[in-house]
Design a protein around this ligand. Structure first.
Ligand code: PLP
Length: 380
């Protein structure tokens, strides 16, 4: 029997850190778009997806894009951000939030995160403002929310727009307002790892009609809606559009969005319940005024626990579990200037890890993740 040989070398089955939930509905819509979504119907799913998404988030306008990075790039371009300007954002981030700033010739100014929310520290934002500051970029890390009340007040006091990168915050709410709906504009991602997916894709949402028109023009290679002359761009724009086939996937995901969010939150609560008895471990915060969409359940260990990123990564790898490292500070990457005073951003990732979370994850799979953490902490 081959079982013996298999058993000797076999690892437990792989647990991915995230994967999409694709049902018959998604494949039916995508197949319909592929078969019929051309000619006069080539924008049907796009229009429907934009309408459903702005309804969900609670904004007046939405523009589907090929990525969150593209949405950020166009939104910041529409705000007039350019060479010599500065945009303040948290040091703890994925590079997608910073790259559009660089592409516009501006400079990202990295400030430290708060130890409780792992999001940008508003006090440090205020201190980092200069005459060149053109925007404050609030990134809601792992579904945790930035202190929007504080950031919006700072923005208002200095006449600087606050913008939201809500790629990780589908399902997150702040005093009853959806993440992404509070700033001058919000940007979302539908990358395959995100709570709602179209494979690749993004969305820009806003309540500002002027900004909406500007981004619409930018996203159509600079051709404004009022321009009747054919092939006549008014400005140099971008090409960050979403296809109708991707939007078809998005429409199906929007019909299921409440269940997609609910499941993310259930998985988070299951981990939190199972890890509650472990001293020296904290997970994503959910203050009373906030709903955490729980995109990425994350554990941070007290220094005293002696649990390092390296120990965590090797323990999870040994169990065939695809847990991920907490974001390195962007200022630690070779293309950026170091900012050694950002202590939380440098320190927290050295004793933290993202836990797997996806719609179809089973309790048994979550138990394997919990056991691995218990093992690392010497409790098993
Ligand atoms: C995923 C992600 C992005 C990038 O999204 P794309 O759609 O891949 O461009 C940007 N910002 C944050 C916070 C993200 O998590």
């Amino acid at each position: 029997m081959s079982g013996q040989i298999g058993a000797a070398s076999s690892k437990p089955p792989l647990i991915l850190y995230t994967k999409p939930s694709i049902t018959e509905l998604e494949t039916r819509y995508a197949a319909d778009a592929a078969a019929n979504g051309w000619g006069e119907r080539c924008y049907d799913y796009i229009n429907r997806f934009e309408a459903a998404f702005k309804d969900h988030v609670g904004t007046s306008f939405a523009i589907a894009t090929s990525s969150c990075t593209g949405a950020l790039h166009m939104g910041m371009a529409a705000l007039g951000i350019g060479p010599g300007d500065e945009v303040i954002l948290a040091d703890t981030n994925w590079i997608a939030s910073a790259a559009p700033i660089i592409h516009l010739g501006a400079r990202p100014v990295f400030v430290d995160i708060r130890p409780d929310s792992w999001c940008i520290d508003p006090d440090l934002v205020e201190a980092a403002i200069t005459p060149r500051t053109k925007a404050i970029l609030a990134v809601h890390l792992y579904g945790n929310l930035c202190d929007m009340e504080c950031l919006l007040a700072i923005g208002e006091a200095h006449s600087i727009p606050v913008i939201e990168d809500a790629a990780e915050a589908i399902g997150s709410e702040y005093f009853g307002r959806r993440a992404g709906s509070m700033g001058r504009f919000g940007a979302f991602s539908f990358h395959g790892t995100k709570t709602v997916t179209t494979g690749e894709g993004g969305m820009l949402v806003t309540n500002d009609p002027v900004l909406y028109e500007q981004v619409l023009t930018l996203s159509n290679h600079g051709r404004s809606r009022g321009q009747s002359k054919q092939f006549w761009p008014d400005i140099v724009g971008f090409k960050y559009k979403m296809s109708n086939i991707q939007a078809a996937l998005g429409c199906a995901q929007m019909e299921r969005i409440e269940s997609l969010i609910r499941r993310k939150r259930e998985i988070f609560y299951y981990y939190r319940g199972r890890l509650r008895d472990l001293r020296g471990v904290v997970m994503n915060p959910e203050p009373s005024n906030v709903v955490n969409g729980a995109w990425m359940p994350t554990v941070v260990f007290d220094k005293a626990a002696g649990v390092t990123r390296e120990k965590l990564c090797s323990a999870f790898a040994a169990e065939n579990i695809d847990a991920r490292a907490f974001f390195h500070p962007l200022s630690g990457l070779p293309m950026f200037e170091r900012v050694p005073k950002n202590r939380n951003a440098s320190d927290i990732p050295t004793r933290a890890i993202n836990l797997p979370s996806y719609h179809d994850m089973t309790d048994q799979e979550q138990d394997r993740v919990v056991k691995t953490i218990q093992k690392v902490m010497g409790r098993l």
